[in-house]
Design a protein around this ligand. Structure first.
Ligand SMILES: Nc1nc2c(ncn2[C@@H]2O[C@H](COP(=O)(O)OP(=O)(O)OP(=O)(O)O)[C@@H](O)[C@H]2O)c(=O)[nH]1
Ligand SMILES: [Zn+2]
Length: 310
């Protein structure tokens, strides 16, 4: 039987497992009984708008190289954007795992951003609280996460250094991505779950001649009937691509209140008869979450103005 790698110009199907700039690593799928084929691929055109998790068609141009010729329809896409740029994070996910830690401190606004990005794509969100061994900092982290837990977002507390088995059941059969600030322990978790990942991390930091293990690009690993993407630490998570309505809908606790304000175009600032404000006062909506919503909404408005050159 012919090995597909020898069939020049044959169209193959695969999944993007790593994205570095204009270069992508693609694992060719559906070749039962044959060893896995990994190809270094470039997009055919100038645009490189693919993400980890994308399902693509490729043409092999050599034994280990190929050209991406088509993108299969995406089930969903996690991405971030400001007024001028967009950055694709990952595609075809089933859940977003926000990794936080007792130390260093983390931003709850960033968690709300990650949740908004996930909810707007109808993805499940799970929160991990890592470094539970640093007991002194646990109470503060619990306080920070309490509003999210009250909304039903599950928090899994663990110490990646001691192992990640408590997380395994949540990841089995799922297509997950670890997102979060730098230093929360995403790579330590990935390494605990996937022994092969450790080798990959070491190889890359050796190649870059840096002792540091900061993740610089997203990589997908098969895991327990699904897969997991480890992604670089996030500092910013702009949501300029969301409409104001989409943003409001992605704050799940606003459901049941949106649409009940006296004015149809209520900005939920100081208008009389604002249902959201009433819900905050009644304790049904957490003030901090409402602040997050306002901050992101104002940022979206600013981004729109900037991109239109106002
Ligand atoms: N005490 C403690 N330290 C941990 C634990 N997990 C990870 N760390 C440490 O936290 C630091 C950051 O871990 P990384 O896994 O590199 O964090 P990251 O989120 O992948 O960071 P980026 O690659 O920059 O996004 C490392 O020094 C880890 O050894 C833990 O459970 N407990
Ligand atoms: Zn209102």
């Amino acid at each position: 039987m012919n090995k597909p790698r020898q069939n020049r110009n044959t169209t193959l199907e695969g999944v993007i497992v790593a994205a570095f700039g204009r270069q992508y690593e693609v694992v060719v799928a559906g070749l039962a009984g044959q060893e896995e084929i990994r190809l270094k691929c470039y997009p055919r055109g100038k645009k490189s708008t693919f993400a980890c998790g994308d399902e693509v068609e490729i043409e092999a141009t050599g034994s280990d190289q190929g050209v991406i010729t088509a993108l299969k329809p995406r089930r969903n896409l996690l991405w971030r954007s400001d007024a001028f740029r967009e950055k694709l994070i990952a595609a075809n996910l089933s859940q977003v795992v926000v990794v936080t830690a007792t130390e260093p401190g983390f931003s709850d606004l960033l968690i709300s951003r990650c949740i908004a990005a996930a909810e707007s794509q109808h993805l499940r969100t799970l929160i991990v609280l890592n470094k539970a061994d640093l007991a002194e900092s646990l109470p503060a982290a619990h306080r920070m996460l309490a509003p999210f837990e009250r909304l039903g977002y599950e928090v899994v507390e663990l110490s990646a250094r001691a192992g990640a088995d408590d997380l395994r059941p949540y990841l089995a059969g799922q297509r997950s991505i670890f997102v979060g600030q730098s230093g929360m322990g995403k790579s330590t978790l990935t390494n605990a779950l996937i022994p092969e990942a450790r080798a990959a991390t070491r190889e890359i930091s050796e190649a870059l001649n840096s002792g540091k293990h900061t993740t610089t690009f997203a990589r997908l690993y098969p895991l327990d009937g699904g897969w997991l993407i480890d992604s670089p630490g996030l500092q910013a998570f702009g949501l300029a691509h969301l409409t104001p309505d989409e943003l409001a809908a992605s704050f799940i606790e606003f459901q049941g209140h949106l649409g009940n304000c006296r004015f149809r175009d209520c900005q939920h600032e100081s208008e009389p008869g604002c249902a959201l404000r009433a819900a905050i006062e009644a304790g049904a909506i957490d003030m901090r979450r409402f602040e997050h919503y306002r901050m992101i909404r104002n940022e979206i408005k600013d981004a729109k103005r900037q991109s239109q050159g106002w």
